[in-house]
Design a binder for this molecule. Structure first.
Ligand code: FAD
Ligand code: SIN
Length: 539
């Protein structure tokens, strides 16, 4: 086992991790780990953009209110106000790093901000989304990575799969302290486990979309950070709140391509496909006066309802009534990708279905990004900061990454002298050997979890379905614990263990909530209770 010591260990190289790294590197040495490629997280895939109040006609109050309405009142108002007020400065920092936001070419007017073109998405009462065409996340990832690579205080390590946080119990001499001093990580290149130590650790590992069969998130979104923090002793909150994006491309080969909400924001209509009663007609106005621009939970549930009612495979999203040049200019990535699949979006509708998209719940943090454990911070999708409540407002999540990545870094720098240096730690036990026969079972278990989470813990829930899922989790847990205890760790086994842990937290939280609120909709408790209460689980 190698031991590497830096000032600060950051797990994750997406928007949250790199924002924190760039700020910390002003006076600290940081190491950033990614479990695959450095651009392998959700950040690189984000399409629509970043929400911020940048137009004279808009206001912080309106952004706060829209966020609280989407979040069905479960948000923490203090957090929402903090993030919304920090947003314009975060956008300025990104622009200074070279993110080429689409400019305000028309020189003002209702749909334009002062400097940048602002698009609209569901639940926003104003145009307030800055973007880089329909591939904003890629532009952000490229700019942040460029800045990080150029900084001598930042070491970027890819192919390092974090397994567990290093706490007092891993010290050579046992210490009951909960302080976190870094992480054990499986090095995919050497196939050994290394200890990466630092005075502070920031979890920026993203979400857990791959707990579900259909998800817009990349392959690595297996909730590793949530599971690691939980095992180390952190509270998690609102894990039942899984966001389903209404419009993922329906295609038998390409299973997770998102069609950005901005397509609806720029006038796209959701319609029933031909051949059924009402075929070719818009259906959203029957469900909500805001039509296609209602918050995501409402649109996703309406699509799910129509699909089940009419026995459909998908519904249609149609923007072909807009001028072809407008469509190509606003959505060049989607236009090109779908043309490859023989769908010309300037002439025909897009078949779409809802898919898991965002993990609203996560590790509990405060406004400085601090978790329950000293030395452990967290930022981005891995967290439950209080911003999203029961349903995230579109384009608020990249924003959360920039604001909390920065906040955590600032807190660490300001309190550096209070952070103790890491002790000598015990090496990872590498005496176990892999049994290759069993690796197939790891794959099977992974698929089984994703299938029953989709079937029983999806858009519409019942207590019976949740109990069925819980039963399956209990059975699988015995098997997974056994593998984990007997066989050498592999990236797949590490992820399976985490996936199961997260599935367990989601189901436990969903069973706990005896109401329907935001993303948690159950036929057994269809009404919302008068008081909004977080589902907080403590280890
Ligand atoms: P990520 O960008 O997901 O990065 C996670 C990092 O953690 C990766 O580097 C990964 O390698 C690393 N990691 C994970 N586990 C381990 C481990 N065990 N060991 C080591 N490293 C690990 N939000 C918006 O605001 N606007 C949008 O337009 C938008 N569009 C989206 C489109 C799509 C298709 C998707 C999937 C999401 C979109 N979102 C959008 C959500 C947003 O992209 C994410 O919430 C955000 O990018 C998360 O950033 P992050 O830094 O928290 O994590
Ligand atoms: C999208 O572009 O529709 C995704 C935006 C988001 O997830 O915030």
């Amino acid at each position: 086992m190698s031991t590497i010591t830096h000032d600060v260990v950051i797990i994750g190289s997406g928007a949250a991790g790199l924002t924190a790294a760039i700020n910390l590197a002003q006076d600290r040495k940081v190491v950033v780990l990614a479990k695959g490629a450095l651009d392998g997280g959700s950040t690189n895939w984000a399409q629509g953009g970043i929400a911020a109040v940048l137009d004279a006609g808009d206001s912080f109050e309106a952004h706060v209110e829209d966020t609280m309405v989407a979040g069905a009142g479960l948000n923490n108002r203090e957090t929402v106000e903090f993030v919304v007020s920090e947003a314009p400065a975060a956008i300025e920092r990104l622009a200074a790093l070279g993110v080429p936001f689409n400019p305000n070419e028309a020189g003002g007017g209702e749909e334009f901000g002062e400097r940048w073109h602002l698009t609209r998405e569901g639940g926003h009462s104003h145009r307030r989304i800055v973007h880089v065409d329909d591939a904003t996340g890629h532009a952000v990832q490229v700019a942040l990575l460029k800045a990080a690579r150029a900084n001598p205080n930042i070491t970027l390590l890819e192919d390092m799969v974090a397994i567990d946080l290093i706490t007092g119990r891993h010290g050579e001499k046992y210490s009951g302290e909960g302080h976190v001093w870094g992480v054990y990580a499986f090095n995919k290149q050497t196939k050994h486990v290394d200890a990466i130590l630092g005075r502070a650790t920031i979890l920026c590992t993203g979400g857990a979309g791959r707990t579900y069969l259909f998800s817009t998130a990349p392959r690595g979104a297996t909730g590793d950070g949530i599971a690691m923090a939980w095992r180390a002793g952190c509270r998690v909150s609102n894990m039942e709140m899984n966001q389903f994006h209404p419009t993922c491309l329906y295609n038998l080969e390409v299973k997770n391509f998102l069609i950005t909400e901005a397509v609806r924001g720029e006038g796209g209509h959701l319609k029933l496909p031909p051949g059924v009663p009402g075929g070719g007609e818009r259906f959203m106005p029957r469900f909500d006066p805001r039509g296609e621009l209602a918050p995501r939970d409402i649109v996703a549930r309406a699509i799910d309802h129509e699909i089940k009612r009419l026995g459909l495979d998908y519904v249609h999203l149609d923007i072909s009534h807009k001028p072809p040049e407008f469509v190509r200019q606003h959505f060049p990535t989607i236009y090109a990708r779908l043309l490859d699949l023989d769908i010309d979006i300037t002439k025909e509708p897009i078949p779409v279905v809802p898919a898991q998209h965002y993990t609203c719940g996560g590790v509990v943090i405060d406004l400085d990004g601090r978790t329950d454990l000293p030395g452990l911070y967290a930022a981005g999708e891995v967290t439950e900061s209080g911003l999203h409540g029961a349903n995230r407002l579109a384009s608020n999540s990249l924003l959360e990454c920039f604001v909390f990545g920065e906040a955590a870094a600032k807190h660490i720098r300001a309190h550096w002298d209070d952070l103790p240096a890491p002790p000598a730690v015990r090496p990872w036990d590498e005496s176990r050997v892999t049994n290759s026969d069993e690796e197939v079972i790891v794959q099977h278990n992974w698929k089984e979890i994703r299938r029953f989470m989709w079937d029983y813990v999806g858009i519409v829930r019942t207590t019976k379905r949740l109990e069925r899922a819980q039963h399956r989790i209990d059975l699988l847990a015995k098997e997974v614990d056994e593998y984990y205890g007997h066989f050498r760790v592999t990236p797949d086994l590490i992820e399976l263990r985490n996936l199961l842990e997260v599935a367990r937290l989601v189901v436990r939280s969903a069973l706990h909530r005896k109401e329907s609120r935001g993303l948690h909709y159950t036929l057994d408790y269809p009404d919302m209770l008068p008081e909004a209460v977080d589902t907080v689980l403590a280890p």
